[in-house]
Design a protein around this ligand. Structure first.
Ligand code: ZN
Length: 466
């Protein structure tokens, strides 16, 4: 591993900034101080800002193939359209994982949580391919194979009518065996690849699947990830299914913990929020997806006041429809100025940066290893070019980065001390080739019709009172 020293770089300190040198030795931050001796390669940090890498703490990489096209639908209908057009092949999985990694990196992320949609019948292969893509790019990867054991129609409340659902094609036990095998083959935290247990959510999973995941998590020390109460329909469904809230139920069956991160968390009540605080669960805020699908605005300021850890995600590129982490952080911060009138609780740019970095690390149970500029921690770092037009004229660098509309501002990025962006370019893969492949394997589309939406839309409208 190459040691290096970043010289004369701006870093954030308490309420101010300082110009320092940062030494990286064996992939870890060895010293932060003015005028240090150069160890290894000298890197010019002048007029640049150094921050810990952010976490794209919830996404679904293969959705990239349908970004920009899915109809203006709420989640339940949006999902039906997504899955009607989702027959993916392994090469597509590979390319969209590369694309997700690159867009995350170029917007300040050094870690990605991919709630990975698995190709039916090729589950382990899908995980292997995503693993290969992330290792090639060099981003820190948290691969969370998306699993369920109920069919799609079970995800909607039945309302007054008695609904029957097709059984899912694979049992919980058989699915858990696949995940355990994936852990054996691919879970290598020291090499930057982590496998998570990741049932998609209460809407499509039985208790047996959640409990099996918890058991695997305990046995192999795996993080846990799931969607939680993204829509009002799911809130209704939880009441129908359990006779209590989804959060109360997940606590009862033991899924919530300090290594559990939960995407969305839009429809929680005060008692639910207290449970998340008590169990030290992490909320992953995906504001753009929640806006795009009309899911609602997650009560993020309430979470923060209750002491719940919050971080940000882009969510899949079909419900965003990008993977720009800085954009998610900006909207995810200022959105709440609408919902909460007490401006003293509004999220400041510095708080947003901390949520995106240390908040993500806490949610993935590695806050002792990454997430801040701290001597001894791994060097997951991003260097921003403060001379970029979108960050000028000079005011508060972090304010410009979070509240502005920064474009092409990432000069360099390192994961575990390995440089994967230099001079604004990804060094590990050929992005021009990636661009060409994405272009060649797709076409302009304007009209398409989802058969499943046609089948379920009337029922959805009835139960939702539309
Ligand atoms: Zn999601």
């Amino acid at each position: 591993m190459l040691d290096f020293t970043i010289q004369n770089v701006l870093i954030a300190v308490s309420d101010d900034y300082a110009t320092v040198d940062v030494q990286i030795v064996d992939g870890a931050i060895a010293a932060i101080s003015p005028s240090l001796q150069v160890i290894g390669t000298a890197i010019d940090g002048k007029n640049k800002l150094l921050l810990p890498g952010f976490f794209n703490a919830h996404t679904h990489s293969s959705e990239m193939w349908q970004r920009g096209i899915i109809s203006m639908f709420p989640l339940e209908l949006w999902l039906a359209e997504l899955y009607d057009f989702a027959p993916l092949d392994p090469e597509q999985v590979y390319l969209s994982a590369l694309g997700t990694a690159v867009e995350t990196l170029l917007s300040g992320g050094t870690s990605v949580v991919d709630h990975l949609v698995l190709i039916p019948g090729l589950e382990l292969e899908t995980i292997a391919i995503a693993t290969r893509a992330y290792k090639e790019v060099g981003i820190r990867a948290f691969i969370a194979p998306l699993i369920q054991d109920e069919s799609l129609t079970a995800g909607m409340p039945s309302g007054e009518s008695a609904q029957t659902h097709e059984p899912y094609f694979r049992s919980a036990a058989a699915t858990l065996e696949i995940i355990e095998e994936a852990v054996r083959q691919f879970h290598r935290p020291d090499e930057g690849v982590n496998i998570l247990v990741a049932p998609t959510g209460i809407q499509l999973c039985t208790d047996a699947l959640f409990e099996g995941c918890t058991e695997l998590s305990d046995r192999y020390n795996l993080c846990r990830h799931s969607h939680l109460l993204e829509t009002r329909a799911q809130e209704k469904l939880a009441q129908e299914k359990y006779g209590c809230t989804a959060v109360e139920h997940l606590k009862r069956i033991g899924f919530l913990s300090n290594k559990t991160s939960l995407a969305h968390c839009v429809w929680l009540n005060d008692a639910d929020i207290a449970i998340l605080a008590e169990t030290q669960s992490t909320v992953v805020h995906n504001p753009l997806s929640n806006l795009r699908l009309g899911s609602g605005i997650a009560p993020i300021l309430k979470y923060r006041q209750a002491g719940v850890n919050v971080t940000f995600g882009c969510d899949g590129a079909s419900s965003n429809d990008s993977q720009d982490l800085l954009e998610a952080i900006k909207i995810g911060s200022i959105l709440h100025n609408i919902t909460d009138s007490d401006y003293q609780h509004w999220i400041t740019p510095r708080q947003a940066v901390k949520m995106a970095s240390l908040g993500g690390a806490k949610g993935l149970n590695i806050a002792d290893k990454v997430g801040s500029l701290t001597v001894g921690k791994q060097a997951d770092l991003v260097l921003y070019d403060l001379t970029n037009l979108s960050l000028l004229p000079r005011t508060d660098p972090i304010g410009l980065l979070v509240l502005g509309r920064p474009s092409n501002v990432v000069n360099s990025a390192w994961v575990n001390g390995k440089q994967i962006i230099a001079d604004g370019k990804v060094t590990t893969i050929n992005v021009n080739e990636l661009r060409q492949e994405l272009f060649n394997r797709s076409q302009w589309e304007t009209k398409r019709k989802s058969e499943t939406v046609a089948q379920i839309e009337a029922h959805y409208r009835t139960v939702m009172g539309l």
